[in-house]
Design a protein around this ligand. Structure first.
Ligand SMILES: Cc1cc2nc3c(=O)[nH]c(=O)nc-3n(C[C@H](O)[C@H](O)[C@H](O)COP(=O)(O)OP(=O)(O)OC[C@H]3O[C@@H](n4cnc5c(N)ncnc54)[C@H](O)[C@@H]3O)c2cc1C
Length: 313
């Protein structure tokens, strides 16, 4: 046994990683969490969460802070470190973090979530924080009484359009496809807002402005068009934060981790949970449940593979 090894290392300090850490620590395991950068969890962008069972009107940042505090009180060591690589040495998974520290783990739980997809629109980088944003919850208030566009067609796009409809004068919801793929309830909320114009079959080709964003160049049903807006919210989906795991694990074509219902991957002792898992429903309660499942699977693995019960004499 390596004396420097941790029983369980968790990568990610969001709902999945935080819940995994809480469960593993409550079982009595020695747990270290490399939680990534502060505010790195997607749920910190939710001003209000209304679908967490039994706890209405939660705020995303409060939820995350409470979860990590609960994990720390249960005994988990929670660090603001980011994993850069994972090596396998005998049965140990050795994580190297952004400060060059090594964390040998007997069991490793990967719950590093996803990041918003950034489209290749020429000039976009000039307007981050000057009209272009990923987060209506965080930045919507800057566009009170102004004109904004939301680019995307899923749950986040429709939710963003509803949030912005309460702040902005005009909201243009630009759907890349001919239809939206959001839950029906979210589509109904957009339909009920009087100031959201849904425009199907749109591609954003360019952005323009004089320091701040002023207009978008569009292709609408293959016809070029210009749309004057002060804000553009990009909600085109998520990509998994698994770059540091390439070649280590069975990943989907999109880079998501393939895991079974117990969170087991193709590498024994390495478990995955939350949005980073291929095919996962990307919702808070699902991520928490998957984190708990991964912790219990890791416990089972440690008992069976590292601490076999001795036969009775
Ligand atoms: C704006 C918004 C609002 C939402 N609102 C709701 C809602 O109301 N209800 C609902 O059910 N769902 C909601 N969701 C979805 C929900 O946020 C996600 O399903 C959930 O956060 C997934 O949890 P996770 O732990 O898998 O990933 P995340 O929450 O993304 O957490 C990933 C964690 O991993 C860390 N990390 C990343 N890379 C590394 C690395 N290399 N090393 C270590 N750590 C790393 C990050 O810093 C973060 O702590 C919302 C999503 C968005 C974008």
């Amino acid at each position: 046994m390596r004396p420097d090894s941790q029983e369980i290392v968790v990568l990610g300090g969001g709902p999945a990683g935080g819940t995994a850490a809480l469960f593993a620590a409550r079982i009595g395991r020695q747990v270290t969490v490399l939680a990534g950068p502060p505010g790195g969890s997607l749920i910190t962008g939710a001003a209000e969460i209304d679908n967490f069972p039994g706890l209405p009107h939660l705020s995303g940042p409060d939820f995350t802070a409470n979860l990590l505090r609960q994990g720390a009180e249960a005994g988990a060591q929670i660090l603001p470190a980011t994993a850069r690589s994972v090596e396998v040495e005998n049965r140990y998974k050795i994580v190297t973090d952004d400060a060059g520290r090594h964390w040998p783990a007997r069991a490793l739980i990967v719950a590093v979530g996803t990041s918003p997809l950034k489209p290749a629109i020429p000039g976009l980088d000039r307007f981050w924080g000057k009209g272009v944003s990923f987060c209506a919850w965080c930045d919507g208030g800057f566009f009170r009484g102004r004109r904004v566009a939301v680019y995307g067609g899923g749950n986040t796009a429709f939710t963003s359009a509803t949030i912005l409809s309460r702040l902005a004068a005009e909201v243009h919801l630009l759907l890349p496809k001919r239809f939206g793929t959001a839950f029906h309830t979210l589509q109904r909320e957009v339909a009920a807002a009087g100031n959201v114009r849904v425009r199907p079959g749109v591609r954003v080709l360019g952005v323009d402005g004089d320091g701040a964003l002023r207009s978008l160049s569009l292709l609408v049903d293959q016809e070029p068009a210009t749309l004057e807006v002060d804000g553009l919210f990009i909600t085109l989906g998520q990509k998994p934060n698994t770059g540091f795991l390439q070649g280590r694990l069975d990943l989907s074509a999109g880079g998501f981790i393939r895991a079974d219902a117990a969170g087991r991957t193709d590498l024994p002792g390495l478990f995955a949970a939350g949005d980073v898992v291929d095919g996962a429903f990307r919702q808070l309660v699902v991520a928490c449940g998957a984190g708990a499942t991964a912790a219990l699977s890791a416990e089972q693995y440690l008992l069976q593979q590292w601490e076999p019960v001795l036969p009775r004499r």
